[in-house]
Design a protein. Structure first.
Ligand code: BYC
Length: 336
């Protein structure tokens, strides 16, 4: 996938900005036929502007989620209870940073620069997942994020491996493999705590109580209030609807909670024999929109941390660019 970011449009070869933005009927027909045949659209191909915009929106939001998602857990690296847990957490948080980079690279193939995407994040214009605006109060939160947040992420992201845009689909294959390790390490950490003291068990239950509903909201608004779904599904970007993924997540998680020995905090959660799936209670969508619109418990803190990291890293970027320029000049001199 990395090589595609070098497919830079120069006006002579087809590329993100070299192809005509206005639909030539033949180009549109070709695009439609690839989508209808469940094929892949690549960066060099003509695509409708709305398709490009939708992808930039979704992929950049996804990338921002990975990067902001490093913060709640990164917060616990210095406080992990053992060397083993510290090493695992460090690797996981680094993986999330890597996911962000694959995804920014995929979005760049659509003709959007990384600087533009960072600007949108740092100015508060861009969205990122609601889930990362909640605090991680205890060590059990780290395990629950692995089990439930990464579990929800995998449920949402596996279908994205079949997304119609090639670079996004290919990036998601590796992301999903790593997310699977993240989910297991979280679950294993919680299994260990549940074999511990009554205080440890209570800590796990408390964390599950605080994160459960937020994880259900991660899948996005209900299908009848999801403005992007119909077109996203038509284009093969989304393969399974928000509500259908949420239901799959609930059905997969209930037996895992039983093995773990925790209660999911929903009195209405029960198996519905006729439907062959679980019924569950109502999600607080007012709270979800509050968080999405910047008013969650940690929104301001998360954004401030990212902006500070960007500002603090300015000298590293400048030094790297200066070094690269010097190397280039040296190579040119030697070649002359
Ligand atoms: N949080 O029409 P809808 C991870 C927005 S990373 C905030 O259904 P769509 C992890 C939505 O953007 C997790 N905003 O939209 C990382 C839209 O607003 P705009 C991130 C949300 O795109 C590190 C509006 O609501 N995963 O798991 O069809 C450590 C209406 O929604 C949320 C991805 O980004 C939300 N939860 O469907 C551990 C996956 N939900 O853009 C774990 C890729 C919705 O029109 N993204 N909104 O202003 C997707 O699959 C889809 O974009 C979504 C939303 C299912 C999220």
């Amino acid at each position: 996938m990395y090589t595609q970011s070098f497919n830079v449009p120069d006006g002579t070869t087809p590329g993100p900005q070299a192809v005509p933005a206005v639909a030539d009927p033949a180009l549109q027909a070709h695009f439609d036929s690839v989508i209808d045949a469940d094929g892949k659209i690549e960066p060099r191909d003509w695509m409708p502007e709305a398709y490009r915009k939708t992808l930039v929106r979704q992929i950049s939001q996804h990338a921002h989620s990975e990067i902001v998602g490093m913060l709640p857990e990164g917060n616990w690296i210095t406080r992990a209870p053992s060397l083993k847990r510290k090493a695992i957490l460090l690797a996981k948080v680094q993986d999330e940073g890597g996911h962000g980079l694959y995804l920014y690279s995929a979005a760049e193939t659509l003709g959007t620069s990384r600087d533009q995407m960072f600007d949108a994040l740092h100015s508060g214009k861009a969205k990122y997942s609601s889930i990362f605006n909640y605090p991680t109060l205890t060590w059990a939160d780290v395990g629950v994020i692995g089990w439930l947040v990464d579990g929800a992420a995998i449920m949402n992201q596996i279908p994205l491996c079949r997304c119609s845009y090639g670079p996004y689909a290919r990036a998601m294959i590796r992301v999903c493999k790593e997310e699977s390790f993240h989910q297991r390490q979280g679950y294993e950490s919680l299994l260990t705590m549940m074999q511990g003291t009554p205080e440890q068990k209570a800590m796990v239950q408390d964390a599950v109580n605080r994160w459960w509903w937020k994880c259900l909201a991660m899948f996005g608004p209900p299908d009848d209030n999801s403005p992007n779904s119909v077109q996203g599904m038509r284009w093969g970007i989304k393969r399974i609807s928000n509500d259908a993924l949420r239901q799959k997540f609930v059905d997969a998680t209930v037996p895992q909670a039983e093995v773990l020995g925790v209660t999911l905090p929903d009195p209405e959660l029960k198996w519905n024999e006729a439907k062959g799936q679980h019924d569950f209670g109502a999600i607080d969508w007012d709270e979800f929109w509050q968080v999405v619109n910047g008013n969650g418990p940690c929104n301001k803190e998360r954004l401030a941390t990212r902006v500070k990291a960007w500002d603090d890293g300015a000298w590293v970027r400048e030094a790297a660019l200066t070094h690269a320029r010097k190397q280039e000049q040296r190579t040119m001199k030697e070649a002359a």
